[in-house]
Each structure stands twice: as structure tokens, then as C-alpha cells.
Design a protein around this ligand. Structure first.
Ligand code: HEM
Length: 415
């Protein structure tokens, strides 16, 4: 057992009585996860300790999450995400309550069967044919954003590409004008990385924009998705209310934003240090889909939360109704009980991971996300040789509900 959980420190006030002292994780999550250059490998050190821990709210306050249970094993995380009898989605307060709004984000803050009613309406727009229809726009977006890199033979991947790419795709998906990209980038940065006041201001700006946009869409929808949302009927024949449409649009915006940029950022951080993989994929682009799955396993950047629904015992540990649970999906995807040599990227292994969660809330946008990643890999690898970290430079990153790269200086050989 690792020292991490067993070092005894005085019991903090926020640790409930039913939590056994030897399961309290004494480290500050953010301090721990950022102590080494690879937060995924670092978090993997938890696999040497208890399978279930109680995590304290991070003192850092940079999105260190809530105080609550943390499961380190693939199987336990899978159970928590599929067992809707014992684990529920959503917190006591919905995310939008931060800006005084009382509706939940649909479908993620709802629970089955209610959640499934809305999800069914949205599924056709994320089905294979719908993603195929977006393929050209995704390629154009990628090519437009990297056009200037031909002359520089280098880039700061996050600022010049990673952040812009998913925002632009969101605009295309929704049928919003591409000229709004700058606004979306400013809102995105403010919402994800701003001060608490900025987060509120930018969340409000996004809400107001989406509200006005949704209102215009009733008479003249500007994309297949918006035509679908405005004309959708739930199973009882009712159309979606205006707030429900805003809520869905809001979730699509935040759901596909830092998750995509973070994942692509980590993938390029890895590729920049794995020349054999780059060469293999350049010579065999048909292997890029398979490689995408393995890279998603290795860099399962998102976490998600659940709440214990009733007092019960989970793998021998007493849980109380209301306890929070955080599932770091990388702990599942790098569990050594499931994957040999889990920190090693091996595109020949059987594709399997929990990067997109599992169960009723499995990522609705996973096909879109995979297509985005595949296209970025195809285009960068075909165009730039020997992509590497810029000499003498180091990446910077943050952890939180998504582990994201903030700074990634890359260079490659001149053509
Ligand atoms: C690499 C990129 C992505 C990752 C790692 C990711 C991860 C996840 C995860 C882990 C969940 C499950 C959350 C839970 O169980 O509580 C989820 C749900 C969801 N994701 Fe993604 N996501 C990505 C991209 C996208 C994209 C591009 C979109 C859409 C534009 C999207 C839309 C959604 C939606 C709507 C849900 C809620 C589904 C439901 O509650 O039924 N995601 N995502």
C-alpha cells in the first residue's frame, strides 16, 4: 500500500464520520497531480494504494473538485457509471445556478428515464451519417488553422490551434457564423481559465448569445442540428421548450470544448516524443483510427461526477446518500489490472478505454470527437515531418475536471 493514503494527519472538518481514516487521501489532489511532468502517470501511482479513497477538496481552488469518493479501478469506475440504482448524475446544485439559472444541463444533469427521453432526440445528430456530413467542414477548419504553419515550421499548439479548433467546429455544428470565432474564444478562455468573477461573466455571455440564437432558429434554422432541435418532439409529443433548447446548446458547447482541446493537446505532447509512432502512422495512415483509440486510452483527460443515491456498501466501504464521487477516467484507462504496461502507448493492443465514460451518459459526441482527432492526426502527420517539442521548451498544463495542456511549443523539419 502506498504511503499516500496511510500517512495520518489530523482529520479535516470536511471529512464525514462514516469515512474510515485509512481511506482518507492525505494529499492535495492538484498539488499531487501536478508534481511531475505527466499527470496521467502521476495519478497512476494511486493504483499502488487502496482501491477506494476519500479525496479532500483541493486547497488550490483551481477546479480541484469536491470532497468525496475516488475509485482507482477500471471495474469500480465502470460500475459507478452504469449502476443508476446507487449512483446519480448531477450535484445538489446545477452548474447553471452559478449564474442564477435553475434549469439543469440536458441531458447530463438529468437521470434516466428522464435523461433518455432527451438523449433519444439528440442521438440522430451524432450518428455515423451525421458525422460523415461534417467531415469536410472539420478538414477545412483544420487546414485553415494550420495554413500559416508552413512558413513558420513551428507553432504554440494550444493557442494557435488546439483552443480554436473545437470552437470552430461547434460554430459549424450549430450553424453559427464563423466570424463569431473570436468571441467564442474569449468566452471559452474566460469560462475555463478565468477568475471566479470572469467565469460568471463569460458563462452569462455564452448563455445570452445562445438564448438569442435559439430564438432566431425557430423561424430559420441554420444547421441540421438546429432544425432537429427546434422541430424535435419528446416521447409524449411535446416540443422542447426554449430553455431546454438553450440548455442542450450550452452542454454541446462546453461538452465538446476543453475535452477535445485537452485530448488533442496530450496526444501531440506524446507524439512529439514518440518518433517511431509518428513514422508508423505517416507510412500507414490506415492505422490512425486504431491509434486514436489507444491514444484516447492513454490520455483519458476527463473526469465526471456522481452522487451516492442511498446508504449502501460499495466493495466493502460504507457510502452515505449524498456522498460525492469523482471518477478520473484515466485511472480506469490506465489500470494495471486491466492493461499490461498501462503507461506505454501501444497501438497494437486491443482498443478499450473509458475516455468517454460508459452507461447511460456515455459521451454523445464521441464519434464527432474521434473524427476530429483522426482528422487532425491525418493532416498534421501528412504535412509536417519529425514533429517535436521546441528545443529547450517545456509544456505547461493544469488538472481539474479535465486535465488540459496550456502551452505546447512544437517544431518540425522544413518541407
Ligand atoms: C475527446 C473529447 C471528449 C471527451 C473526452 C468527452 C468525455 C465525455 C464523458 C466522460 C462524458 C460522460 C459524462 C458522465 O457520465 O457524467 C461525456 C458526456 C457528454 N458529452 Fe462528451 N466528450 C468529448 C467530446 C464531446 C463532444 C465533441 C461533444 C459534442 C459536441 C460532447 C457532448 C457530450 C454530451 C452531450 C454528453 C452528455 C451525454 C448524456 O448525459 O447523456 N462530448 N463526454
Amino acid at each position: 500500500m502506498s504511503e499516500m493514503a496511510t500517512k495520518t494527519k489530523p482529520r479535516a472538518n470536511d471529512i464525514p464520520d462514516h469515512v474510515p481514516a485509512d481511506l482518507v487521501w492525505q494529499e492535495d489532489f492538484e498539488e499531487f497531480a501536478t508534481a511531475k511532468e505527466d499527470p496521467f502517470r502521476r495519478m497512476g501511482e494511486l493504483h499502488d494504494g487502496p482501491d477506494i479513497l476519500w479525496m479532500r477538496k483541493s486547497d488550490k481552488g483551481l477546479g480541484g473538485g469536491v470532497s468525496g469518493w475516488l475509485f482507482t479501478r477500471y471495474e469500480m469506475i465502470r460500475e459507478a457509471l452504469t449502476d443508476t440504482e446507487n449512483f446519480a448524475s448531477g450535484n445538489e446544485r446545477n452548474m447553471m445556478s452559478a449564474i442564477g439559472i435553475d434549469w439543469p444541463l440536458i441531458p447530463i444533469e438529468l437521470n434516466p428515464p428522464q435523461q433518455q427521453r432527451y438523449r433519444k432526440v439528440l442521438e440522430p445528430f451524432f450518428a455515423p451519417a451525421a458525422i460523415d456530413a461534417l467531415d469536410g467542414a472539420i478538414r477545412d477548419t483544420c487546414n485553415d488553422l494550420i495554413a500559416k504553419f508552413d512558413s513558420t515550421n513551428s507553432c504554440e499548439f494550444v493557442g494557435e490551434f488546439g483552443e480554436k479548433f473545437p470552437s470552430q467546429i461547434f460554430l459549424d455544428l450549430m450553424g453559427m457564423p464563423r466570424e463569431r470565432l473570436q468571441d467564442f474564444l474569449i468566452w471559452e478562455r474566460g469560462m475555463l481559465r478565468g477568475s471566479p468573477q470572469e467565469v460568471v461573466a463569460f458563462m452569462t455571455a455564452i448563455h445570452d448569445y445562445l438564448r438569442d440564437f435559439v430564438r432566431e432558429q425557430h423561424s430559420k434554422p441554420t444547421s441540421a442540428l438546429m432544425r432537429g432541435i427546434t422541430s424535435a418532439r419528446l416521447d409524449d409529443g411535446q416540443p422542447l421548450t426554449e430553455n431546454e433548447m438553450i440548455s442542450i446548446s450550452y452542454l454541446l458547447y462546453i461538452g465538446g470544448l476543453d475535452t477535445v482541446y485537452a485530448t488533442i493537446g496530450w496526444i501531440f505532447w506524446h507524439l512529439a516524443r514518440d518518433q517511431p509512432l509518428q513514422s508508423r502512422l505517416r507510412d500507414h495512415p490506415e492505422e490512425i483510427s486504431r491509434a486514436t483509440e489507444e491514444l484516447l486510452r492513454a490520455f483519458s483527460a476527463a473526469s465526471t461526477g456522481r452522487r451516492v443515491k442511498r446508504d449502501f456498501e460499495f466493495h466493502g466501504v460504507k457510502m452515505r446518500a449524498g456522498d460525492a464521487v469523482t471518477t478520473f477516467l484515466s485511472l480506469a484507462s490506465r489500470d494495471p489490472l486491466v492493461f499490461d504496461n498501462p503507461h506505454f502507448v501501444d497501438i497494437d493492443r486491443k482498443p478499450r478505454h473509458l475516455a468517454f465514460g460508459t452507461g447511460p451518459h456515455t459521451c454523445l459526441g464521441l464519434r464527432l470527437a474521434k473524427r476530429e482527432i483522426k482528422i487532425v492526426l491525418e493532416i498534421f502527420l501528412a504535412r509536417f515531418r519529425n514533429i517535436r517539442m521546441t528545443e529547450g521548451k517545456q509544456h505547461r498544463f493544469h488538472v481539474g475536471s479535465v486535465f488540459g495542456i496550456d502551452y505546447l511549443p512544437l517544431e518540425w523539419d522544413p518541407a
